[in-house]
Design a protein around this ligand. Structure first.
Ligand SMILES: CC(C)(COP(=O)(O)OP(=O)(O)OC[C@H]1O[C@@H](n2cnc3c(N)ncnc32)[C@H](O)[C@@H]1OP(=O)(O)O)[C@@H](O)C(=O)NCCC(=O)NCCS
Length: 209
């Protein structure tokens, strides 16, 4: 893939971090798109030139696109729209992340600075392995998963589609985390987590509001 111009859908704070990682990884320039366009005209250092329809139309001229939206469901939904339209999707790895040659990463996935992904980890499409997070050997992440900054997955953990592991959380080895799960900031997960639940604390328990 020619690393000339990368289209980022989602002009957010997370989008800035993705832009930084992409530029560090060798992309020459990035351009933002956001559904809040034309009200939203820039993401501080970068212009916002259109919305999802404009990315699909491809008028702005780019070599590949990536959805830079933090919300897991929305990120996955937008990525599916781009895939259905045949848009070429990038995978971005910050040069100061450490990714095993025996790990696999899906399309539309981004790995931030300081992250570590160990051997035989399988990371799905549209995932975020955020700043300083670790995903140890043999972990499996389905599509749309977000491992927040400083979160640690021990070996052999499985995370279901569009689940979000909060900042600084830790997950014991071999644990199954379902789909659509929210693991709260700083939680310590020592037991399987059912689809759709939110858990917090140490040891992590259901978050009852
Ligand atoms: C778990 C979480 C989703 C709950 O959000 P919420 O339902 O809006 O929770 P609230 O802020 O209303 O707090 C409700 C109660 O839960 C407690 N609580 C909230 N988050 C908690 C956490 N991570 N661990 C322990 N307790 C927590 C609050 O102290 C509060 O307790 P109280 O009722 O006794 O005062 C959220 O706090 C969280 O941890 N999000 C992850 C954020 C993150 O990782 N961001 C990374 C961005 S890259």
């Amino acid at each position: 893939m020619r690393l000339n111009r990368l289209a980022l859908l989602g002009a957010s704070g997370h989008g800035k971090v993705v832009a930084d990682a992409a530029l560090a990884a060798g992309w020459r320039s990035v351009v933002f798109f956001d559904d809040a366009w034309p009200q939203r005209q820039d993401n501080r250092h970068w212009p916002v030139v259109g919305d999802l329809a404009a990315v699909i139309g491809g008028a702005a001229g780019f070599d590949a696109a990536l959805v830079s939206i933090g919300n897991c469901e929305v990120r996955w939904q937008k990525q599916q729209a781009l895939m259905a339209a045949g848009i070429s999707l990038a995978t971005v790895i910050h040069p100061r992340a450490c990714v095993s040659r025996f790990a696999t990463l899906g399309v539309g996935t981004v790995v931030m600075a300081g992250a570590v992904i160990n051997a035989d980890a399988e990371i799905g499409d549209a995932c975020i392995v955020n700043t300083g997070a670790t995903v140890d050997h043999d972990c499996t992440l389905a599509h749309g998963v977000h491992i927040s900054p400083g979160a640690n997955l021990s070996g052999g953990v499985r995370v279901g589609a569009c689940s979000w592991i909060g900042v600084g959380a830790a997950v014991r080895q071999g644990i199954d985390i379902g789909a659509g799960v929210m693991v709260g900031a700083g939680a310590v997960v020592v037991k399987p987590v059912a689809d759709g639940s939110t858990v917090v604390g140490s040891p992590a328990r259901d978050h009852v509001i």
